[in-house]
Design a protein around this ligand. Structure first.
Ligand code: KIV
Ligand code: ZN
Length: 390
């Protein structure tokens, strides 16, 4: 496949599972991990082993079962966390420890009551502890989005020197604008002398609805990993949505990037996660929402029926969605009505449709959607009237 590969790091089972109400039992986590591997994700963040015995057990089991993807465990920059993470992933074919610490002034002062230099030392120490368990160490600079670039560059240089192979630049609070996040990644590429020894990762939250845009700005600037979740689940307003970034990269070939995700599994995966986590997907959600391939206004329906590409940039089958829907509402036009009658095997000419359309708009004004039953009644009464006047 041409172009640079973007590694897809899925954190549905860790950041996604932190959502209130989305807690999973071990068997559910294992089932989802196997499906994520089938989907083609490169890294599965399986959990936060120190957080509970149940999560430790889930990460251990996932490590045993996953054969292709890297299995990653989260830890703070704390020795006992790192030991638990190291233990939990010891059976993995490709084990990774994800460790890190807050680097913004707000985190350094309010959370740690420390200095920049002390945090730098703790970051280095964490990577060194983690290195005892695996070579694949990802370091996160929590709240990097609000961390001053000069200090962030110092931390990143030091952790790479200590052995980090992936450096995660989280916009933990979803604060950055896309150009700011992109510039932050570019700054690190231009100012960290050993940056070529690590992969830069984007981990963006969606507090301002910018997580996808920020992650894409990050990879345009040179990052090569995106951390994301199915359906964009995650703390507060969520994380970057996996299906969105994958399809942005697939649609925009001019970016010269690709992922190994099997896009036809995106909708089945979304439904599985939604059902398992008991978290409905908003209907207007890009790629996987129930309205993502529905057309309801007359102008759109007319164009779509002439050529689907007028109003659809992705074919539903490309992302495993049900076929596109023409929804009949008070905003629909004659061509959509005629199309639906045709699908229901009624043969009406233009004059019939003009008459039927009058009845249709009256009915449509009184309800949200006109369905096939309504149309059958309309057709019958129209046929009876036509016969009576013949
Ligand atoms: O949002 C964040 O900063 C995180 C880190 C733990 C990677 O989830
Ligand atoms: Zn996060």
């Amino acid at each position: 496949m041409p172009g640079d590969k973007i590694h897809i790091f899925d954190t549905t089972l860790r950041d996604g599972e932190q959502v209130p109400g989305c807690k999973l039992v071990s068997s559910e986590k294992i089932a989802l991990a196997l499906k994520l591997e089938e989907l083609g994700v490169d890294i599965i963040e399986a959990g936060f082993p120190i957080s509970s015995p149940g999560d430790f057990a889930s990460v251990t089991e996932i490590s045993k079962l996953i054969t292709k993807a890297t299995v990653c465990a989260l830890s703070r920059a704390v020795q006992k966390d790192i030991e638990a993470a190291g233990e939990a992933i010891k059976f993995a074919k490709r084990p990774r420890i994800h460790t890190g610490i807050g680097t913004s002034d707000s985190h350094i002062k309010a959370k740690f009551n420390a200095t920049q230099d002390e945090i730098l030392e703790r970051a280095i120490q964490a990577v060194k502890w983690a290195k005892k368990y695996t070579d694949d160490i990802e370091f996160y600079a929590e709240d990097a989005g609000r961390t001053e670039n000069g200090y962030l560059a110092r931390v990143i240089e030091a952790v790479i020197k200590a052995g980090a192979t992936v450096v995660n630049i989280p916009d933990t609070t979803g604060y950055c604008l896309p150009h700011q996040y992109g510039e932050k990644i570019a700054y690190l590429i231009n100012n960290v002398p050993n940056i070529d020894k690590a992969i830069i990762s984007c981990h963006c939250h969606n507090d301002l609805g910018l997580a996808t845009a920020n992650s894409i700005a990050g990879v345009i600037a040179g990052a090569r990993q995106i951390e994301c979740t199915i359906n964009g689940l995650g703390e507060r307003a969520g994380n970057t949505s996996l299906e969105e970034v994958v399809m942005v990269i697939k649609q925009h070939k001019e970016l010269g990037l690709h992922t190994d995700i099997n896009a036809t599994l995106l909708n089945p995966m979304s439904r599985l996660v939604s059902d398992t986590m008991r978290m409905p997907v908003q209907p207007n959600k890009a790629i996987v929402g129930s309205n993502a391939f529905s057309h309801s206004s007359g102008i759109h329906q007319d164009g779509f029926l002439k050529d689907t590409s007028t109003y659809e940039i992705i074919a539903p089958e490309e992302v495993g969605a049900d076929s596109s829907k023409i929804v009949l509402t008070a905003r629909s036009g004659r061509s959509a009505l005629a199309h639906r009658f045709q699908k229901l095997n009624y043969q009406f000419d233009r004059n019939d449709i003009d008459v039927l359309y009058e009845h249709f708009t009256q009915l449509a004004d009184s309800k949200k959607e006109v369905d096939d039953n309504d149309l059958a009644h309309m057709a019958l009464s129209h046929q009876q009237k036509t016969l009576a006047t013949a």
